[in-house]
Design a protein around this ligand. Structure first.
Ligand SMILES: [Zn+2]
Length: 326
């Protein structure tokens, strides 16, 4: 009798173990339930512009296409947009409110990943610009001195020539929130770098108070939970864009201009899809083919990211998948 009882208890124990193990298997708890897609700028906050387009419009086009592609490729993943029209987010009247609303939408949706779509720009005019250079000198009569001392003098005057400088900078990059301390594994990620947020004249850097206790807690959380995943996904996006034959500039850490990333309690990246100040890249980013390719690259990165999460690999190695071919 006791033997039977013991056998029964052992059996129920095993059954219990199996069912509780099942509870924690990937099937019952998806790793990516909700993805938040953020079309950069919009409404009163225009972002950069090229020869034929504005950043706020290009980012919205790509964001909406990305959302549709996610719904098709991953029917179980919920897509949440921060905006679907060209309007301030949540009826915001200031940039600060607008950015806070984006973070709030992401947090209320309990997103598992925040993807912010942007376009880059250099400080120089879109397309190109004229510069002057000296191509020689010529003798020229000039007056020197004043009043009675005024006299003529031959001088060597430079001859200038105007020439066209094409705005050639191209390439996609990923920006992630700069964690306070970075481990050895993440040291390979670029720190700083040029581009939109470096050159930006908007003061979104001041729109989040990083000194507040809440911000410090958020920063710590981001570092512990979300930093590696952000690097991991960002590196995969760079990989896929490079595979498509486009220039990639790498994954950059930033702590200015992208505070909205830190304010979202989830892995989060800004994808700079390319330069609107380069004529060809702007045309690419405005074309259906170009937009679809960028979306395809992000989807392929998402597939790999999801797979790795399901396999429990969350330690990103930035060195082998940085995609930095600058
Ligand atoms: Zn932007």
């Amino acid at each position: 009798m006791m033997k039977r009882m013991a056998a029964f208890l052992a059996l129920t124990g095993i059954v219990f173990l199996i069912t509780s193990f099942k509870k924690h298997s990937p099937e019952s708890k998806p790793v990516l339930r909700t993805i938040v897609i953020d079309a950069g700028h919009g409404g009163d906050f225009h972002g950069t512009r090229g020869l034929i387009s504005k950043e706020e419009d290009v980012t919205l086009d790509i964001a909406l296409k990305l959302g549709e592609a996610i719904k098709t490729e991953f029917p179980d993943i919920k897509v949440v947009y921060t905006r679907t029209t060209n309007a301030n987010v949540g009826g915001a009247s200031t940039l600060k409110e607008d950015l806070h609303n984006r973070a709030q939408i992401a947090n209320q949706a309990k997103g598992d990943l925040f993807i912010s779509i942007h376009c880059d720009a250099t400080v120089k005019p879109p397309g190109g610009y004229y510069e002057k250079r000296v191509i020689g000198h010529k003798k020229k009569l000039e007056y020197v001195g004043r009043g009675k001392r005024k006299r003529k003098k031959m001088v060597n005057a430079p001859i200038y020539e105007s020439y066209w400088v094409k705005n050639t900078r191209v390439g996609a990059s990923v920006l992630i929130w700069k964690a306070e301390k970075s481990s050895d594994k993440t040291n390979a990620i670029n720190d700083g770098g040029g581009g939109e947020f470096e050159d930006s004249t908007d003061n979104s850097a001041q729109e989040f108070d990083l000194g507040s206790p809440e911000a410090k807690i958020r920063a710590e959380l981001y570092e512990q939970r979300y930093f590696k995943k952000s690097v991991q996904f960002g590196s995969m996006v760079m990989d896929e864009i490079a595979k498509a034959g486009r220039k990639t500039l790498g994954v950059y850490q930033r702590d200015k201009g992208i505070q909205v990333l830190q304010a979202t309690g989830m892995p989060s990246v800004v994808i700079e899809t390319g330069y609107l100040t380069n004529k060809e890249e702007e045309e690419y980013l405005n074309s259906d083919d170009g937009q679809n390719e960028v979306v395809r690259n992000i989807i392929d990165a998402l597939k790999r990211y999801k797979q790795q999460l399901e396999n429990g690999k969350t330690n990103a190695s930035a060195t082998d998948s940085n995609g930095n071919n600058k």
